[in-house]
Design a protein around this ligand. Structure first.
Ligand SMILES: Cc1cc2nc3c(=O)[nH]c(=O)nc-3n(C[C@H](O)[C@H](O)[C@H](O)COP(=O)(O)O)c2cc1C
Ligand code: SF4
Ligand code: SF4
Length: 300
């Protein structure tokens, strides 16, 4: 005799790193709809691991958790500064939905890399997606995305994911063994969700000029126009690397910069700017090279 599927509650939460907020927007949209689509799904608080302090904690999950897990694409891959933190995750049989946000160029191997990381840390990936967000470097490339159409796609995706999870739960209810053990077995047999990307993973994407020479922007940092800065401190709070420090009455960028552009886009006075010629050239090449609208890619 099968048991009631409703007996298996799932706790849905978003978990994301998001310098300019595009990843946060999609992850929370998916988590919201997922949690209210089926009666046995409940909403748990999200985990924002953008602030450095949030990456000092260890996050442990269990078989009842459904984690909508998002990161932005950096150089075609999962941001490498996050790898030590991601290595501390403990899925313990939780369900995960890996999601990457990319700036209309390409997500290359970021989604397959994120999926693999989650699988290796004890999560079962049942669905995945790549969405488009306004490019960190630009206000033109994928401007304003994710937009309403993207949020609609995210909602449909969430509904499909909920149905898929409950189909697994229904199969588990038909097994002659404790529900969580049956589900664990079924999810393990189903294996990781197939996604686009190559294995072995390709190297990090390297920007090039028109002659094919590598443009190295690794050491580039934003500069501050002190005539605009009011010393409000927002940038000190938002920098995911903790690299914006007080230099009263202003601030200074002092430390590793991943060029997430959170400080530049969130400063209310527009006081940050980039003037590195290689960076500006690359930004313009991206804007010129990828003008057509790309659409989200879903793997359910
Ligand atoms: C250093 C850096 C490298 C990036 N590399 C890529 C890339 O390879 N492909 C792409 O399409 N977008 C790339 N982007 C754009 C981001 O993936 C995109 O804007 C994303 O929406 C940002 O997410 P966030 O708002 O959560 O920070 C890059 C952004 C940064 C900061
Ligand atoms: S957010 Fe802008 S105005 Fe506020 S302290 Fe930072 S640079 Fe200055
Ligand atoms: S200093 Fe660099 S890492 Fe920090 S918020 Fe600004 S662009 Fe992002």
């Amino acid at each position: 005799m099968g048991r009631e599927v409703e007996a298996m509650p799932f706790l849905v939460r978003g978990m994301y790193f998001s310098g300019t907020g595009t990843t946060e927007k999609i992850v929370t949209a998916v988590a919201e709809v997922l949690a209210r689509t089926e009666e046995n799904f409940f909403r748990n608080p999200d985990i924002d691991f953008t602030p450095p302090a949030a990456r000092k904690k260890t996050y442990r999950f269990g078989p009842q958790d459904v984690v909508v897990f998002g990161v932005p694409v950096i150089a075609g891959r999962v941001p490498n500064v996050l790898l030590p933190f991601l290595d501390t995750l403990e899925g313990n049989g939780a369900i995960a939905v890996p999601i990457v946000l990319y700036g209309n160029r390409n997500f290359d191997d970021a989604l397959i890399e994120l999926r693999n990381i989650l699988q290796e840390h004890g999560f079962h990936t049942v669905a995945a997606a790549a969405f488009i967000g306004e490019h960190s470097f630009s206000k033109v490339l994928a401007a304003g995305r994710p937009d309403e159409a993207d949020i609609d796609v995210a909602a449909d995706f969430a509904k499909a994911v909920a149905a898929k999870i409950n189909a697994y739960a229904a199969d588990a209810a038909g097994e002659d063994q404790p529900l969580d053990e049956a589900l664990e077995k079924i999810l393990a047999e189903a294996g990781p969700v197939p996604v686009d990307g190559e294995q072995p993973l390709r190297p990090y994407y390297k920007p090039q000029d028109r002659q094919g020479n590598h443009i190295n922007i690794l050491k580039v940092k934003p500069k501050l126009d002190e005539t605009k800065c009011t010393g409000c401190g927002i940038c000190v709070q938002v920098c995911p690397m903790g690299s914006i420090k007080w230099d009263r009455p202003y601030v200074k960028v002092d430390g590793i910069c991943i060029k997430c552009c959170g400080c530049e886009k969130k400063c209310p006075e527009g006081a940050f700017y980039f003037d590195d010629p290689g960076y500006l050239y690359h930004k313009e090449e991206l804007e010129l090279g990828y003008p057509e609208r790309k659409e989200p890619k879903l793997f359910v």
